[in-house]
Design a binder for this molecule. Structure first.
Ligand code: GLN
Length: 447
């Protein structure tokens, strides 16, 4: 039934890059053969899923929506895929995204644009735009995205679904094509909070091939998730509802704050003074790491290879000139510039220091408060093409999601109403490190 739905509507939405129908049907039929008691072993028995196309799937194309990896078929599964396959979920296909996860509207895909199911003139957000749009359109009950500066939460907000960026280290990044390794995390996109908590439970856990994934954590989020909110202290930073935030979005957050108060929590206005620097710091750090991570795409080891080149240098140059899109090149150039002698101290080191300052300011708040709330995005989804010529405008929109990446803290976006034009608005809940359960608890009451 879902494949029929995808066939009927994904021509317009454009959420999938590749539909895995034959394989998925085979897998589903094999599951049907299992005896009742064996079925219980996979907690996601037969449940369909969509996967962002920067997560490695064994024997299935993984393009990162880039010409560079147009024909790339991984020989292994990402840890998260192993876990979901073990849970007996069925992969329906790979989903569109901004090339190498760089962007906020999915317009940077080499292959196609994705439209927002709520309003097909609007962008779905990005970079996990295909994943969020597919969940919103009812093509799959859940998807996995990746979030380096907001790429799970922002498209979830634009598409009216639930998206979680877990604590850095909660989920193994092994098999996620690296963008900025100190910021990247994989997270679930779902239609409701409980599903989200369940999927995160299943993909969490350390792995010996990702040294930054943390062993020994309690990865159970559903048990005790029903607690009432009396005594919970919530902080609302004034910078999150200040300049640049649309009135409708601010009103929606204030309404959410009232709702939390009516549920027994207290909400107080606080300040995170260095918020205004997070976008600059993020783009310096993320581009620096990207310039290093993307050095592996050299026309020899992976993917696209330019033709007719005579020297090694010419081969590198032509391959990368033809294989990467505009935005990816822009980031590589910015990153190599920032890391070069003379600029490193002035830009990179200062960005890293800012990261420490922001973490300190947020940690201080968590000494006193359980959660920080605010909008996920300054505005609801904008029209396709509206910002694609103005990178800086798009970068600035990431101000509310970036703090959780710079500090490694967990953050969830949950639908909190519609704008007057009928486009979804997202509420963001940020927790202290490894406090996902508290986030889910509050979100469940809000839902
Ligand atoms: N919009 C941000 C960027 O372009 C975030 C991307 C992401 O989280 N992958 O860098």
């Amino acid at each position: 039934a879902l494949f029929d739905r995808i066939e009927a509507s994904d021509e317009t939405i454009g959420s999938f890059l590749f539909v895995n129908k034959e394989e998925a049907m085979k897998q589903a039929e094999a599951l049907d053969q299992l005896q009742a008691e064996d079925r219980m072993e996979g907690p996601l028995f037969g449940i369909p899923m969509g996967i962002k196309d920067n997560i490695c799937t064994k024997d299935v194309l993984t393009t990162c929506a880039s010409r560079m990896l147009e024909d790339f078929i991984p020989v292994y599964d990402a840890t998260v895929m192993e876990k979901l396959n073990d849970a007996n979920a069925v992969m329906m296909g790979k989903q569109n995204m901004d090339e190498f996860a760089m962007g906020g509207s999915t317009e940077n895909s080499y292959f196609k644009k994705t439209r927002n199911p709520w309003d097909t003139n609007a962008v779905p957000g990005g970079s996990s735009g295909g994943s969020a749009a597919a969940v919103a359109a009812g093509f799959v009950p859940f998807s996995l995205g990746s979030d380096t500066g907001g790429s799970v939460r922002q498209p979830a907000a634009f598409c009216g679904v639930v998206g979680m960026k877990p604590t850095y280290g909660r989920v193994s990044r092994y098999g996620l094509v690296a963008f900025a390794s100190s910021l990247d995390q994989i997270g679930p996109i779902t239609r409701n909070v409980r599903d989200n908590a369940k999927i995160l439970e299943l993909i969490s856990g350390s792995h010996n091939k990702d040294a930054t994934s943390k062993p020994g954590m309690d990865n159970n989020f559903l048990k005790g998730i029903d607690k009432d909110l009396s005594g919970m202290k919530i902080a609302l930073p004034k910078e999150f509802i200040g300049e640049g935030i649309s009135e409708e979005v601010e009103a929606s957050v204030r309404k959410a704050a009232e709702m939390f108060e009516s549920l027994g929590a207290t909400v107080e206005e606080v300040s995170i003074p260095h918020t205004k620097y997070v976008v600059s710091a993020y783009y310096l750090i993320a581009s620096s790491e990207a310039s290093s991570n993307l050095a592996r795409f050299d026309g020899i080891r992976y993917g696209y290879k330019a033709e007719g080149t005579k020297t090694l240098e010419e081969h590198y140059k032509k391959t990368r000139a033809e294989g990467f899109g505009e935005e990816v090149k822009r980031r590589i150039l910015l990153g190599t510039f920032v890391l070069s002698a003379g600029h490193y101290d002035q830009h990179y080191i200062r960005a890293q220091k800012l990261r420490g300052v922001i973490e300190g300011e947020m940690k201080d708040l968590f000494n006193e408060y359980d959660l920080i709330i605010g909008p996920t995005t300054p505005t609801p989804a904008y029209d396709l093409g509206e910002k694609s010529d103005d990178q800086l405008e798009m970068y600035k929109d990431d101000i509310l999601t970036i703090p959780a990446n710079l500090t490694g803290m967990p953050a969830l976006s949950i639908p909190s109403g519609l704008s007057t034009s009928g486009r979804p608005i997202g509420l963001q809940l940020i927790g202290n490190h490894f406090d996902e359960k508290k986030i889910y608890n509050a979100a469940l009451k809000f839902e």
